[in-house]
Design a protein around this ligand. Structure first.
Ligand code: 5GP
Length: 119
């Protein structure tokens, strides 16, 4: 959990436009984009554009507030567009916590009772 931020992690490269992404929504502070290996239809990731926190422990309160606000807006948009029966907010920290990309992110994962869960 203590390692330094790697400026060449995949999400940093997405933010710099070096790797393409399917953007859902963005402003000056946050970006929401489609997960390339979705756990369900409509799986979206939300990241801060300004904070270089690797995990939830490191981000400053103001940037965290914006990130959580954007996660709620994304969840609303996904629910409106896809009408799932439920959804999950997921946020993983550290390799042992299942984190694979070390730029803090929230997942919005729509769920349906008749569709198998992946991941
Ligand atoms: P974590 O396991 O770190 O919480 O989640 C990382 C997420 O990033 C995974 O769900 C994975 O599918 C997604 N991901 C990994 N590489 C890429 C990529 O190049 N583009 C996009 N859009 N998502 C990615």
């Amino acid at each position: 959990l203590q390692a330094p931020y790697d400026p060449d992690n995949i999400f940093a490269r997405i933010l710099r436009g070096e790797i393409p992404s399917v953007k859902v929504w963005e402003d000056d502070h946050v970006l929401a984009f489609m997960d390339v290996f979705p756990q369900s239809e409509g799986h979206v990731l939300i990241i801060s554009k300004t904070s270089t926190a690797r995990t939830l422990l490191e981000i400053e309160p103001k940037a965290l507030g914006r990130l959580i606000g954007a996660t709620q807006r994304t969840a609303r948009a996904v629910v409106k567009a896809l009408e799932p029966e439920g959804f999950q907010i997921m946020q993983l920290n550290g390799e042992a916590g299942g984190q694979t990309v070390f730029h803090l992110h929230f997942h919005v994962i729509p769920r349906w009772s008749d569709r198998a869960m992946k991941g």
